[in-house]
Design a protein around this ligand. Structure first.
Ligand code: ADP
Ligand code: MG
Length: 254
């Protein structure tokens, strides 16, 4: 219990920090973004460009815009991480959120594999539908990034269990070592190259799911794949905290 409290406080002060940083970066970035866009448009429209400026149009400005896009993506992640619950919880259909996350993941430019979708019959649950959709999307993006180009399979499934609805995201990708499993919910923990991962996806997911009185479990084996299981209470009420029953399950930030 004590550990949970400490974790909660750590997460909320991190949330405040993230919100502050996102806010401070956002304004200058909006300014930089629009100026660089204008500059590249104006330069590209010049009929006779001196050779030394041509390099800017062809290489420097596109690379700069790419860098800007990355920073903006990180800021967007930070904001999602920092977001507090402003809205009243509503009753919603989890399958609808899973389906739209699934559609988004399939639309993603980088999506390298098909994701199989299997929806069970579910009772409605209480909470923030968009936040839950974000969690499923974060899990799907990770799964898609983890599988090989050839033979990669990602499956997302929903089902009802006693008093709970369950979403499972399973992949046959790279899997995780014990070291990675011990840290994966920590904000900013990532094994991905700079620019590809911010290490916030699972921290966001953890915050949202525990905020809904639910749990995230993970089973993974290096080289074989990973399965994330999200469990949410049907009533919308938090169940009594229980110790994890399965090995490697319910890892949390420490
Ligand atoms: P990011 O995706 O930006 O790295 P996340 O918080 O989403 O941040 O994930 C943290 C880390 O957990 C990833 O960098 C990766 O090492 C590991 N991870 C998450 N999901 C999977 C998965 N499905 N398969 C293998 N590793 C994963
Ligand atoms: Mg991620």
């Amino acid at each position: 219990m004590q550990r949970q409290l400490v974790e909660h406080e750590k997460l909320s002060s991190l949330g405040l920090l993230a919100a502050g940083v996102a806010h401070e970066i956002n304004n200058p970035m909006a300014f930089v973004t629009s100026n660089v866009r204008l500059l590249s448009r104006d330069l590209a429209a010049q009929p006779q460009l001196p050779e030394e400026l041509r390099e800017y149009v062809d290489d420097v400005l596109p690379a700069t815009l790419d860098g800007i896009r990355r920073v903006n993506a990180i800021v967007a992640d930070l904001r999602r991480f920092a977001r507090k619950d402003p809205e009243q919880p509503v009753e919603f259909d989890l399958n609808a959120e899973v389906s739209s996350a699934w559609r988004l993941s399939q639309g993603e430019r980088k999506s390298r594999c098909k994701v199989e979708l299997e929806l069970g019959v579910l009772p409605p649950i209480l909470g923030q539908p968009r936040q839950i959709g974000q969690v499923v999307l974060n899990l799907l993006v990770n799964a898609v990034q983890a599988v090989p180009g050839q033979g990669g399979v990602v499956k997302v499934r929903t089902r009802a269990e006693e008093g709970e609805v369950v979403v499972e995201v399973r992949d046959n990708g790279v899997g995780m070592t014990k070291e990675v499993l011990g840290q994966l919910f920590q904000p900013f923990f990532t094994t991905k190259p700079v620019g590809e991962g911010t290490g916030l996806g699972l921290a966001v997911a953890y915050g949202i799911i525990t905020g809904h009185g639910g749990r995230i479990e993970v089973e993974s084996e290096p080289g074989r794949g990973t399965c994330f299981t999200v469990r949410l209470p049907v009533s919308g009420e938090a169940p009594d905290p229980e110790p994890p029953t399965r090995e490697q399950s319910s890892a949390g930030p420490s």
